[in-house]
Design a binder for this molecule. Sequence first.
Ligand code: GRF
Length: 190
Amino acid sequence: MPQKRLAVLFSGQGSNLESLLKTLHRYTFNGTTLNVVLTLTNKPTAGGIEKSRSYGIEPVVIDHTWFESREAFDGAVVEAIHKAQVDLVVLAGFMRILTPVFTQQVNAINLHPSLLPLFKGANAIKESYEAEVKEAGVSVHVVSEELDGGAIVLQEAFVKEVGMSYEAFEAKIRAIEHQLLPKAVIKLLC
Ligand code: GRF
């Protein structure tokens, strides 16, 4: 049976890492079995570390503060990815601006909490909450040299309810993220 190997990169709580492990790891879709063979973080204190361990996967920690340049950090990450021989890298809340050292050598997708190309960057949830737009949502896109650029793999939108609190808005985004990222992986690999 065909097998596909995944790496998941994260920086924070790892709720998206957890949803990938829960819904995809060791499951078969359309005859293809998916295996998360590498988890990697740039933050030694990331909550996702324990989540990864709870699935028996010891994460690789490559702290970006150990390196003098973005390129040197990216080089170390690329080396770990190549060593793991993965078919796809998933950026699940990996909060790093990537250089061509990464983008030109790695086949990766990224999760972003807005309807790209709207609201690129690190404050997408707040900006889309505050903006005069009727819809908000989540995107999964191919990683390219342009920050939050690259071809869209999947998007899901929702209508902003009148008077919706920021907390409710954020919770809605997170719930969509947890569904959309696994769907995008299956779309690309299975
Ligand atoms: C997500 O909202 C993602 O879109 C953003 O960072 C968050 C990561 O959350 N870029 P988690 O670490 O997966 O819980």
